[in-house]
Design a protein around this ligand. Structure first.
Ligand code: UDP
Length: 236
């Protein structure tokens, strides 16, 4: 049963439970882009993102990546281990797109010679500015060891997800991860992995099957999210 509301973000609510070490995460249909300037409801999004995350996290655990995920509770809820979120968003890129393309003048779709790991400060007020690891260490957001572990885990997630999606006809362009600390200070993957937090391009047609359909007013947002759930549920 849900206890008190602990945190409300743009797309999720986090509730306490009767177990101190466990939280319930509720996925909402609310969508925002451009740091909250653009807002809408995407019907069914919460359930789809919950289902996709609930499908992927046990597979990541099996691949040796510790996560906060325990189990799905209902269409829009999952039970997770309580963590303190490290305020550093980690972006992993296989292919140039989005802010990377804009910042560097590189056409979207250009393959990168090796994956790029970027770090941003998780701050809605500042619009998640790009930082480097020195910044995170100097401001006490994470230690050098924490950041080494985060980078290693992020690349491991990438090494699992890239072929997983390729087998399902999807090019994984880039994605964002968040990590948290358990009470024993160990680092686990937290948050979600979904079309809200990844760029997915259909391998054959190049069609975008992610939040860029909403950000860029491409239409067919609900259909794209539903298609991604179908692909994730497809057996190997
Ligand atoms: N991303 C995210 N949350 C953020 C910023 C980015 O989930 O606050 C994801 C985004 O969906 C994309 C990847 O991280 O898959 C890289 O995003 P980018 O830096 O290109 O930013 P954008 O162009 O989305 O502003």
């Amino acid at each position: 049963m849900r206890g008190e509301l602990r945190y409300e973000g743009k797309a999720k609510r986090v509730y306490a439970t009767s177990e101190p070490g466990q939280y319930i995460v509720e996925y909402k249909d609310d969508a925002t882009a451009f740091n909250g300037v653009k807002k809408a409801q995407i019907s069914g999004k919460g359930a789809i993102n919950n289902a996709i995350t609930a499908q992927l996290y046990p597979k990541l655990e099996a691949a040796g990546i510790p996560t906060h995920f325990l189990r799905q509770l209902s269409p829009n809820e999952q039970l997770v281990r309580a963590v303190t979120i490290i305020p550093v968003e980690v972006i992993i890129r296989n292919v140039a797109a989005g802010s990377f393309s804009k910042r560097l003048g590189i056409e979207e779709g250009v393959s990168l010679k090796r994956p790029v790991v970027e770090y941003c400060y998780k701050s809605d007020a500042l619009g998640d500015p790009l930082i480097n690891t020195d910044t995170a260490i100097s401001l006490g957001w994470a230690s050098e060891e924490d950041l080494q572990r985060i980078r290693q885990l992020a690349l491991k997630v990438r090494d699992f997800l890239t072929p997983f999606f390729a087998q399902r006809g999807i090019k994984l362009i880039d994605f964002k991860l968040e990590f948290g600390k358990l009470s024993d200070a160990s680092i686990v993957l937290a948050d979600e992995i979904s079309p809200d937090t990844c760029r997915f391009w259909d391998a054959r047609s190049g069609e975008k099957l992610d939040k860029d359909r909403f950000r860029r007013d491409l239409g067919g947002v609900e259909d794209a999210y539903a298609e991604m759930l179908r692909r994730v549920l497809r057996e190997d």
